[in-house]
Write a protein that binds this ligand. Structure first.
Ligand SMILES: Nc1ncnc2c1ncn2[C@@H]1O[C@H](COP(=O)(O)OP(=O)(O)OP(=O)(O)O)[C@@H](O)[C@H]1O
Ligand SMILES: O=C(O)c1ccc[n+]([C@@H]2O[C@H](COP(=O)([O-])O)[C@@H](O)[C@H]2O)c1
Length: 201
């Protein structure tokens, strides 16, 4: 394998927004593997209450089970400290011996890329695929990205994906309010959420 694509996220829970983006990227870039990496401690969410990583890994495994190109890595869950992407990309390169690493982010996340740990180094060893999500159209994204330095810009590829207005926070809120979450995420994940009652307290 020469290239690998990573999809990092809190995945609390994973939903069809994540899955559609990953499948679209896999197809458009003809990739043989997309690795979903649940972040143990997402660096920009230290003030937020996040479900136990075990639950988020379990849900991610259930969600990707039917796609032979998708896999889950527990690398960040096993690592101590905050889940910095630079550390993950370096580790992945070592483990898989790949020449090229892609990292999928939503357009909202990529606009904050310069605040990530060692952003310049990260952008030199990894290509970011910035998927447009609802509210962030591609033209608006391109205009904003123009503000970034040229060296950074060449390693960020904006990509239009079928827009799904789904977010994990909305799903958690719906569960708390006793509303339906059907068709927002895979049925196995929906069952897991109801069996474990993770979002009900
Ligand atoms: N509906 C969506 N379409 C495209 N990208 C998405 C979508 N939802 C999340 N993403 C992207 O997937 C990555 C992981 O997202 P994350 O696990 O934080 O989910 P989230 O739905 O954004 O969660 P929350 O609502 O709790 O902030 C991020 O890069 C985010 O921008
Ligand atoms: O490395 C960083 O500094 C960094 C800062 C913010 C987010 N990230 C990563 O970006 C991915 C999406 O994060 P989030 O918080 O939107 O779920 C996840 O893999 C995080 O670990 C990484």
């Amino acid at each position: 394998m020469r290239e690998i694509c990573l999809m990092g996220g809190t995945f609390d829970p994973i939903h069809y927004g994540h899955l559609v983006v990953a499948e679209e990227v896999r197809q458009q870039f003809s990739l043989s593997k997309v690795l979903f990496i649940p972040a143990a401690r997402p660096p920009h969410k230290t003030d937020k209450i996040i479900s136990d990583p075990i639950h988020r890994v379990n849900m991610t495994r259930l969600a990707i089970a039917s796609n032979p190109y998708f896999d889950v890595s527990t690398l960040e869950v096993e690592r101590q400290g905050l889940s910095y992407t630079i550390d993950t990309v370096k580790e992945i390169k070592k483990i898989y011996g790949v020449e090229k690493v892609y990292f999928i982010t939503g357009a909202d996340a990529v606009l904050e890329i310069l605040s990530w740990k060692n952003a310049e180094e990260l952008l030199s060893i990894c290509t970011f695929i910035a998927a447009t999500r609802p509210g962030y159209d591609l033209h608006q994204l391109a205009d904003t990205l123009k503000l970034l330095p040229k060296e950074v810009l060449k390693n960020i590829l904006p990509l239009e994906v079928p827009a799904l207005s789904i977010s994990s926070s909305d799903i958690r809120r719906r569960v708390k309010e006793g509303k339906s979450i059907k068709y927002l995420l895979p049925e196995a994940v929906e069952q897991y959420i109801f069996n474990t009652k993770i979002y009900q307290s």
